[in-house]
Design a protein around this ligand. Structure first.
Ligand code: 4GY
Length: 247
């Protein structure tokens, strides 16, 4: 997989992409990162990439020209690097809410190429936004630039690439992987600040442990995110663990 980010702060993305599972996956060659600064595509002596909004109002808008040039260069580089059909993604609060399901779809094609546009200021000229393939929001809140949202998207994808996690089973246990929140986790010591680890986890009964974890996931999901349960049909076992009758 190849991911190119168009950003006014390429060092920020480069630096963050070196750490942890994402960085290791990159060292393992599971994905490649390209960075493009729209400022390098500005045409005037001041290297201007923003301008005042038509119609007035506060703040500045990223100009379509330099951004479009940077996006074109990123897509050309992807094609030259064996990604024939790059998909352009714009991160903004107005996008479709990102879900783990969408992340899994984006990670499924290890040969895919993504060009991610990270905006700044008040946003990007709409005529450029209109050219992207997909607009994604990472949450119903606003941050000051698209770099952190882009890094979150990239991190979520990269850790799912085959070979990224040392234990391939661990991705299956993630919150949301099966539409439920994750179960609680414990490690040593057996008692911390007077609170003991649940007995069942020390019992060695693998089937009981599996059922306990599933029950915990189900109860947590019902308690904290009933919207997730509403969009999912329960198996017989799950319904029984939640204390629901058949039918
Ligand atoms: N939330 N989800 C988000 C964001 C910052 C000005 C456009 C979000 O995805 N992106 O808050 N982005 C803005 C900053 C330009 C992006």
């Amino acid at each position: 997989m190849r991911i190119d980010v168009v950003t006014l702060f390429p060092e920020m993305v480069e630096h963050a992409a070196r750490f942890g599972i994402t960085g290791r996956a990159r060292e393992r060659g599971l994905w490649r990162l390209g960075l493009w600064n729209p400022r390098d595509f500005a045409t005037d002596n001041h290297r201007t990439i923003d301008d005042r909004p038509y119609g007035g109002g506060p703040g500045m808008v990223m100009m379509a020209g330099p951004l479009g040039q940077a996006l074109d260069a990123a897509r050309d580089a992807q094609r030259a690097d064996g990604c024939p059909a790059p998909r352009t993604i714009y991160l903004s609060p107005a996008g479709a809410p990102l879900t783990h399901r969408r992340v899994m779809e984006l990670a499924r094609a290890p040969d895919a190429g993504y060009v991610v546009l990270a905006g700044r200021y008040e946003g990007v000229d709409e005529r450029l936004v209109a050219t992207v393939d997909e607009e994604i929001a990472i949450g119903d809140f606003v941050v000051s630039g698209g770099e952190l949202p882009a890094l979150m998207l990239i991190d979520a994808i990269a850790r799912l690439l085959p070979g990224a996690l040392n234990d391939e089973k661990s991705a299956l246990e993630d919150s949301f992987a099966d539409g439920l929140l994750d179960c609680p986790h414990y490690t040593r010591p057996e008692v911390y600040e007077g609170i003991a680890v649940p007995d069942v986890l020390l019992s060695g009964h693998h089937e009981e442990i599996r059922r306990w974890r599933l029950a915990q996931s189900l109860r947590r999901t019902r308690e904290r995110r009933p919207d997730l349960l509403a969009g999912r049909t329960l198996t017989k076992e799950e319904a029984a663990l939640l204390g629901l009758n058949d039918n």
